[in-house]
Design a binder for this molecule. Structure first.
Ligand code: 7PJ
Length: 259
């Protein structure tokens, strides 16, 4: 899964020609590098990030989804927590909902029940603005598993069949470095839930932390290593910025796994 951030440029608040053109070029490059799914996000969920209004998020992502859909057949994912954005994105041609709030926003369960697409439920402790202040768990894998079980039950109660769900432990979302390391090492424990696992580690601060506080530009090799570990420990989807390097690495993982 290749990441396509749609954030405003200096020309407009979103939806400008320049912005769409840049997005289409990114998509073309990712396709040439072997991407399977493109994840489109109009709101930053990084630690400390400010919230974006529904209107602004719609104006950013909908024109980009329409423009990509008109030109390419690649499956598109919408990275949002807002029910109105989920609805509009799927109507515009997106194929998957990726929600870092696991459909906990008011109305999200109902909207997704009415949409016939897969949904990624991500775990987060706290809220983006404050989640890294003092994350605490009894046992991070057990606690995240319990959260998954509760959200799967909430989805089923709302009429979303279990087979539509994908689970993501949410690396960096209310987790210390040790929590992230434990989740990655023990990722296979989530396989008892019987659903595909998605992992997003690309360029995240845990990679920087392991590499002696390496800035984001220097995290490519660490991110690829993280994707390899995730794939070997059972992840079905890895969400990354650097598609070409990751595709090569995962081909090696698969060549060995499929023997
Ligand atoms: C994730 C995400 C992730 C899923 C972001 C970043 C922060 N969606 N959206 N999993 N991270 N499913 O890319 O650094 O880990 S935004």
């Amino acid at each position: 899964m290749g990441i396509l951030n749609v954030t405003p440029d200096s020309f407009s608040d979103g939806g400008s020609f320049q912005e769409q053109d840049a997005a289409l070029h990114r998509v073309e490059k990712m396709l040439a590098e072997g991407v399977d799914i493109i994840d489109i996000g109009g709101e930053s969920t990084r630690p400390g990030a400010q919230a974006v209004s529904e209107q602004a998020e719609l104006e950013r992502v909908v024109p980009v989804i329409e423009a990509i859909r008109a030109r390419f057949a690649v499956p598109l994912s919408i990275d949002t927590s807002k029910p109105a954005v989920m609805q509009a994105a799927i109507t515009a041609g997106a194929d998957l909902v990726n929600d870092v709030c696991a459909l906990q926003a008011e109305g999200a369960l109902n909207v997704c029940a009415s949409l016939d697409v897969p949904i990624c439920l991500m775990h987060m402790q706290g809220q983006p603005r404050t989640m890294q202040q003092a994350p605490q768990y009894h046992d991070v894998v057990q606690d995240v598993s319990q959260f998954f079980a509760a959200r799967i039950a909430a989805c089923e109660a709302a009429g979303i069949v279990r087979s539509r769900l994908i689970l993501d432990p949410g690396f960096g979302f209310g987790k210390t470095l040790q929590h992230n390391i434990d989740l990655l090492r023990r990722l296979d424990e989530f396989s008892v839930l019987g659903l595909p696992i998605l992992v997003g580690l690309s360029r995240k601060s845990m990679i920087g932390a392991v590499l002696d506080h390496r800035p984001v530009e220097g995290r490519l090799h660490g991110s690829v290593a993280g994707a390899v570990i995730a794939a070997m420990n059972g992840a079905s989807i890895v969400r990354v910025h650097d598609v070409g390097a990751t595709v090569d690495a995962i081909k090696l993982v698969n060549a060995v796994a499929n023997q």
